[in-house]
Each structure stands twice: as structure tokens, then as C-alpha cells.
Design a binder for this molecule. Structure first.
Ligand code: OGA
Ligand code: NI
Length: 345
């Protein structure tokens, strides 16, 4: 358990094993926090459906990221779920220990165990560790999983249950708008492609030297779509045209990003952008994330209606579970995990 950063108390200096080689250090920490990714107001834009859809598609094409305001999830619930996340990582070590087991959770095979606590030392063979603890579990269908979630903090199940259900509804709404924007048949993302949902809490303790470590290394999310509640502290950066752009925390906003499977299904039209997390020396940052994902045996391919002789398929057909098996390793090696599935023209 001592590998959990959140159980170590105040850390005075960065252990050697967390220090990145110079070329991957976040030396550009001073990037100004401009409104760097598009902000979409669901309430205002929602009155003009076509305009809203065009805005979402454009943001998903150009940035792969956007912030969503006035999305209908209450300010109270947005704050409560962040509090639950922070409280979970503040629990005594013994209360967290039971979730800290190998093979406690699996994305690639159905498993009755649903919760997984990951320390900053995530992979046995990783050269450097990252400044993050993580706790995640399945959350859909709720009734299958909720009784396996933590009983502490006492309101965890109630708050996370409500939040997951609302975020799922919002995610499916966004997917339906994307579906319409891409010109796919109605309901394309419903059912098998959005069969599952994972709820994840990232905890980044204050770091004595944020310039020599990363909270999360460069990656793009492997699933369908991500909705992130990043709270009030900055840290997330998105790669755009070779530059890292800081994502400004906006009150009560979700950060939405396109994942690898949506890039494939849209035949490369929508972009799953690389992003990373930098740390800060002042305060712990806790973020909560919902991922929508297919089942492992789900067949993924560019949507047939987007492929024709002028727009040949850019990716071959594969099973989602097979992609997941190599995703972590390839991402760690700095290799695009979709490269093996690309059709060379
Ligand atoms: C993730 C992620 C960003 C953040 O969990 O995949 O990119 O700011 N999180 O915590
Ligand atoms: Ni991510």
C-alpha cells in the first residue's frame, strides 16, 4: 500500500523513480490558460439543434475536445461527486486496502469484481511512475454494480450512483447529436457501442517539483467518449498542432473528449486527441471521469455509410477487446495504438 501516493502524507521531495527523462518533462508549465478548447453552451445552443450539432462536430474534428456548460447536471451534484472522490482518497489505508488487489477489475473479460485501485506504480515494467492514484469501477447497469462499490465514504454509493446515471444520459445525448452530425442512422451508438460505463477518480497529490514529473503521461482515451469533471484546479493539457494547451477549469463544466473508437467509427473525421496532466505544488487535485465503452466482443469498424469509393475505409475491422489488450503497452511506448489497425493506402 505504500505505493499509493495518497497514503504517504506530505511528500517533501520527488523520489527518483518519478523523475522523467528531460525530453518528456513538462517544461512548458507556464502555458497560459487561455480558452483553448471550444466551449459549448448546451442550453443556448440547444435551441438551435443544427447549430449545436455543427459546433460539436467542428470541435470534435479540430480539437477532439470541448467544454460543455449548462448541461443539466446540477452544481450540487458536480461538487458532491468531487468531494466523494477526495474523501475516498483521504480514507485510512485499511479502508482502501480491500480494493487494492490485482485482477480486481477487468475490461477485457467479464468479472464479478468491479472495483480497482491503482497506485502511481501502475505497470511492473514502467520506467518512470506518474504522480497519480486512481480508483475505478463499472457503473452501468447500476443495479449490477452498486452493491460492490465502497461503503465508505457513507454517501459514496448514493452520490456516485446519481452522478453516473446523469452523466450516462448526457453522454448518450451527445452521442445522438454526433450520430446526426455524422449522418449515421439514428441510434447508431445506442446499445452495443455504449453498452458499458466506467467511473474513475484521479487523485493527484501536491508535488514538490511539478516540472520534473507528470500526473498522467501523453495518451488518448481508448473508449468511445469521455466526460471529465475536473473541478477548480488546472492540470489537464491537450496537444494541438504540436503545442500543449492548458484547459482552463470553468465552473460546472464538463470537459468532453472523443476517444479512439469514435475516431475509427467516424473513419478519421473526429479526432481522439492526445492529452496529459501536469501537477502543482500547492493542493491535491481530484478529478472524476465517466467513460462510455462497448463490450469486449463488440466489432469496431468505420461506419459503412461513411465509406465509399471516394472515402475508403482508413481502418480495418477489429474486436474492441483485442484493441484494449495492446493499448496500454503501445501508449506507453509512444506508439499510436491505432496504427496496427490502419489500412495503408
Ligand atoms: C483520464 C484523464 C484528465 C484529468 O483520466 O484519462 O485524461 O485531468 N484525466 O484528470
Ligand atoms: Ni485521458
Amino acid at each position: 500500500m505504500d505505493s499509493l501516493l495518497s497514503s504517504r502524507g506530505k511528500i517533501q521531495s520527488v523520489p527518483e523513480s518519478y523523475i522523467l527523462p528531460p525530453e518528456t518533462r513538462p517544461s512548458d508549465l507556464v502555458t497560459p490558460l487561455l480558452k483553448t478548447i471550444p466551449v459549448i453552451d448546451l442550453e443556448t445552443r440547444g435551441h438551435r439543434r443544427n447549430e449545436l450539432i455543427q459546433h460539436i462536430i467542428k470541435a470534435s474534428q479540430e480539437h477532439g475536445f470541448f467544454q460543455l456548460t449548462n448541461h443539466g447536471v446540477s452544481e450540487e451534484l458536480m461538487n458532491d461527486v468531487l468531494t466523494m472522490g477526495a474523501e475516498f482518497f483521504n480514507l485510512a489505508e485499511k479502508d482502501k486496502a480491500r480494493y487494492f488487489q490485482a485482477r480486481y477489475y477487468s475490461e477485457t473479460s467479464p468479472s464479478p469484481e468491479v472495483c480497482r485501485l491503482k497506485t502511481s506504480m501502475e505497470f511492473a515494467d514502467e520506467k518512470v511512475h506518474f504522480w497519480r492514484d486512481n480508483f475505478r469501477h463499472h457503473c452501468h447497469p447500476l443495479e449490477d454494480y452498486i452493491q460492490l462499490w465502497p461503503e465508505n465514504p457513507p454517501r459514496y454509493r448514493e452520490v456516485v450512483g446519481r452522478f453516473s446515471a446523469e452523466v450516462r444520459r448526457l453522454s448518450l445525448h451527445l452521442l445522438n447529436l454526433i450520430c446526426e452530425g455524422l449522418g449515421l442512422e439514428q441510434g447508431y451508438f445506442e446499445e452495443r457501442l455504449s453498452h458499458r460505463q466506467v467511473f474513475s477518480i484521479n487523485h493527484y497529490p501536491p508535488c514538490p517539483d511539478p516540472t520534473s514529473v507528470l500526473g498522467l503521461p501523453k495518451h488518448a482515451d481508448p473508449y468511445l467518449i469521455t466526460l471529465l469533471n475536473q473541478g477548480h484546479l488546472p492540470g489537464l493539457q491537450v496537444l494541438k498542432d504540436g503545442e500543449w494547451l492548458g484547459v482552463e477549469p470553468l465552473p460546472n463544466a464538463f470537459v468532453v473528449n472523443i476517444n479512439h473508437m469514435l475516431q475509427v467509427i467516424s473513419n478519421g473525421k473526429l479526432k481522439s486527441a492526445d492529452h496529459r496532466v501536469v501537477t502543482n505544488s500547492k493542493a491535491a487535485r481530484t478529478t472524476v471521469v465517466s467513460f462510455i465503452l462497448p463490450s469486449s466482443d463488440c466489432v469496431i469498424e468505420p461506419a459503412k455509410s461513411l465509406v465509399n469509393e471516394h472515402n475508403p475505409a482508413l481502418y480495418r475491422t477489429f474486436k474492441f477487446g483485442d484493441f484494449l489488450k495492446t493499448y496500454d503497452l503501445h501508449t506507453r511506448q509512444g506508439k499510436d495504438p491505432l496504427v496496427d489497425y490502419m489500412i495503408q493506402s
